[in-house]
Structure formats: C-alpha cells, structure tokens
Ligand binder design. Structure first.
Ligand code: GTP
Ligand code: MG
Length: 175
C-alpha cells in the first residue's frame, strides 16, 4: 500500500490551477487567488482512496524552470490544466505532455477548466492528444467557478496513482 499521493498541477498562466485547488479546499469559488497556492495535504480519512494526498500548485510567475523540474520529479501524478475557452492553452497541452514525459513516467491527467464559459466540449481537440501519449490516463472537463467535477478530478488523479491502468514502460515513445 502506498503511503501517500502527490498531485502536481501545471499549465499555462491563468487557466485556473490555483482556483481549482482553492475551490476543492473551501468548496466555493474564490474571487481572488494568489499566484500559487500553498501545498495542501488532505488527510487520508477524507479522501476516497484513504491515502494522504498532497496537492501542489505551480505558477510560472513565482517559480523557475528548475523548481518546476524538481516538482515534476517529486510528483506521482501530474494534471495538465488548460482552459476550454483558451485555444492557446489547449495547443500547449501536447508540448507539456511531451516535455514532462522526457523526465518522468508518471500518469498524466488532462484537465479542461472553465467549462462554465463554453457550450461545446473540448474533447474533440483533446482526444487526438490523449491517443498520442500513453502516459495520459484520462481527461476531465471541470469548472472551478461552479464546482463542477472538482472532487472527481482529484479522485481521478488519486486513482491513476493507486490503480494504474496504462503500461508502466512504453519503449517506442521516448524519442
Ligand atoms: P497562474 O498562477 O498565473 O499560472 O494562473 P492560474 O492557472 O493559477 O489561474 P488562476 O486560478 O489565478 O485563475 C485565473 C483567472 O481565471 C482568475 O480570474 C479566476 O477567477 C478565473 N477562473 C479560474 N477558474 C475559473 C472557472 O472555472 N471559470 C471561470 N469563469 N473563471 C475561472
Ligand atoms: Mg496560480
């Protein structure tokens, strides 16, 4: 049995990484957030899988690439967050997945935040990226603002670590 799970959120500035973490913790959408949330630990007894879970934020505004690489190497699962209404942030998902998979073989979860702002789903754009990287465990659309799929997102992340489904090693992928 694992002793804990460490979840890292990465993604373009302003996609809502910090808001997602704060929404999970306070169960309401924060109007104002710092660039980077303090690392939080959710005690085992309130997580679905009964394992203490650390949630780690990243902000380009406050952290260096070096610090990002350190966090990537410590994480057990990485959520690549984009905003469903921000095309550029969706386009960056693929290169983030590529860069992370050079350093790390941890499962990745694609998180499309701000679903409250659009009518259509981003899945059509995201599915080809999912198929390209075996590390990507799943994708989820959510909204920090109306609290949609927030606890699900962190549950999927926990589950990806505790019950991995993908191959642990995928030789043809590392070019
Ligand atoms: P950096 O720390 O700069 O990398 O940004 P971030 O990814 O942490 O984004 P942050 O949480 O600071 O949110 C950026 C802006 O998007 C803020 O104005 C939030 O209020 C807003 N926002 C975050 N999540 C949502 C959401 O689900 N829906 C809507 N409508 N706005 C959101
Ligand atoms: Mg932030």
């Amino acid at each position: 049995m694992r002793k804990d799970v460490r979840i890292l959120l990465v993604g373009e500035p302003k996609v809502g990484k910090t808001s997602l973490i704060m929404s999970l913790v306070s169960e309401e959408f924060p109007d104002v957030v710092p660039y980077r949330a303090e690392e939080i630990t959710i005690p085992a007894d309130v997580t679905p899988e009964r394992v203490p879970t650390h949630i780690v934020d990243y902000s380009e505004a406050e952290q260096t690439d070096e610090q990002l690489f350190q966090e990537i190497s410590k994480a057990n699962v990485i959520c690549i967050v984009y905003a469903v209404n921000n095309k550029k942030s969706i386009e960056k998902v693929s290169s983030s997945a590529a860069r992370i998979s050079i350093f790390s073989l941890v499962p990745l979860i694609l998180v499309g935040n701000k679903s409250d702002l659009v009518e259509h789903s981003s899945m059509e754009t995201i599915l080809p990226i999912m198929n390209q990287y075996s590390e990507i465990e799943t994708c989820v659309e959510c909204s920090a603002k109306n609290l949609k799929n927030i606890s699900e997102l962190f549950y999927y992340a926990q589950k990806a670590v505790l019950h991995p489904t993908g191959p642990l090693y995928c030789p043809e992928k590392k070019d």
